[in-house]
Write a protein that binds this ligand. Structure first.
Ligand SMILES: Nc1ncnc2c1ncn2[C@@H]1O[C@H](COP(=O)(O)OP(=O)(O)O)[C@@H](O)[C@H]1O
Ligand SMILES: [Mg+2]
Length: 252
């Protein structure tokens, strides 16, 4: 088995008197697709935000490729190859599709005072990466305000693909979408995974999680209630673990 890409140890997060995470250990290997499930308030978003550098844990450590790292800011996390796609955030409404995919990483041409953003190259690259995804997309120059929910998710996912992110964190990527759009986003997640990214997928859609993932981690009240290979469990076991009904017969 390969070494973990990322390892989190003893991640704890207090918000004042609220203990959102209580010592969570977690690891993910290169190319692995892990489902992170749990009831509302279980700590899923807080955990993923701590990997994304958006939340600072009260205690705990992270390692990437076996080496300690600080994920102190979203930029530090991005530098470590981690990209996050949230349910609704994540796109800048005042920018175009292409600008959203580049976000500060635009290719330039020329030198010194003649340095300019290379829009032609951006257009070509964006069209290329969008054409490999399952979703119908408008032109790279379109404003993202005109996009549907599914198209917005596709833009966010293409960002992960173009930048060859090693670890992609998806927090409820289909929660705001209709059935058809969800199906397309699912295809896109598969493509991202096939391209070699490790993916953490948070979702309430247990059938989807069962279908897509290699492994399922259940959070309950800020602690890890289960960590199992998806093929070893049924939907019923996962739901029981989420609600705590499996407390006497743990699935992990
Ligand atoms: N910024 C915050 N300030 C205070 N409490 C928070 C904050 N974010 C989350 N919490 C609390 O932490 C707990 C875990 O929340 P969250 O990580 O959003 O859970 P989940 O994503 O599993 O629904 C909840 O009790 C929630 O109210
Ligand atoms: Mg959440």
């Amino acid at each position: 088995m390969s070494e973990p890409l990322l390892r989190a140890r003893g991640i704890t997060k207090h918000y004042g008197a609220v203990r959102a995470l209580a010592g969570v250990d977690f690891e993910i290997r290169p190319g692995e697709l892990v489902g992170l499930v749990g009831d509302n308030g279980a700590g899923k978003s807080t955990f993923v935000k701590s990997l994304a550098g958006a939340v600072q844990p009260t205690s705990g450590t992270f390692e990437i490729d076996g080496k300690p790292v600080r994920l102190g800011t979203p930029q530090q996390a991005r530098d470590a190859g981690i990209e996050t796609v949230y349910q609704d955030l994540g796109l800048c409404d005042n920018l175009t599709v292409a600008e959203n995919i580049y976000l500060g990483r635009e290719p330039t041409r020329g030198w010194g005072p003649w340095r300019r953003v290379d829009r032609r190259r951006m257009g070509t690259e964006v069209r290329e990466v969008l054409s490999t995804l399952s979703i119908n997309m408008p032109e790279p120059g379109a404003q993202v305000t005109a996009l549907s929910g599914g198209q917005r998710q596709a833009v966010a996912l293409s960002r992960c693909k173009l930048w060859r992110r090693r670890l992609v964190l998806l927090d409820e990527p289909t929660a705001a979408l209709g059935v058809q759009e969800s199906a397309r986003v699912v295809d896109t997640i598969r493509e991202l995974s096939a391209a070699g990214a490790a993916i953490v997928l948070i979702s309430h859609d247990i059938p989807m999680v069962m279908e897509l993932t290699d492994r399922i981690v259940v959070l309950r009240k800020g602690t890890k209630a289960a960590d199992v290979a998806t093929e070893d469990v049924g939907e019923h076991d996962v739901v029981a673990s989420i609600t705590g009904a499996a407390a006497r017969k743990e699935i992990a």
